[in-house]
Design a protein around this ligand. Structure first.
Ligand code: FES
Length: 128
């Protein structure tokens, strides 16, 4: 069974929308179940000022994506990079055993977005 927190984030996902002018984006998917998510970040002074995502998937992937966005918003890139799957599971008061892998989607997509942002930043510094 899902926790109340999981239902809360599934029924009312936080920060879900596209962010057309995002500074960077990252995607992750699980070929075994077909679920996928793309995260978008807006960064200012190394802090994630805004974050959003579009997710296609199960209750677990929607709730974990929502919680990933909540935990990452307002964090520095370094802090956000350290958000783990276990952090997401704990913040949701647990996940059923067969849904633990769902926590990987949002975390992986967020890390991809951060890496893309850093890569763009490095290129722009080199081009100056
Ligand atoms: S069932 Fe695979 S991510 Fe949710």
């Amino acid at each position: 069974m899902y926790s109340d927190k999981v239902y809360e984030h599934f029924m009312c996902p936080q920060n879900v929308r596209s962010l057309p002018f995002a500074d960077a984006k990252g995607s992750a998917g699980d070929p075994a179940c077909g679920d996928s998510v793309t995260f978008y970040i807006m960064v200012q002074n190394d802090v994630i000022e805004d974050i959003s995502y579009l997710v296609f998937g199960c209750v677990g992937s929607i709730a974990t994506s929502s919680m990933t966005s909540v935990l990452a918003k307002g964090k520095t890139l370094e802090e956000a990079m350290k958000i783990s799957e276990q952090d997401i599971i704990d913040a949701l008061d647990g996940l059923p055993e067969d849904k633990v892998h769902c926590s990987n989607l949002g975390v992986s997509a967020l890390r991809e977005a951060i890496m893309e942002y850093r890569s763009k930043e490095e290129k722009s510094i080199k081009n100056k």
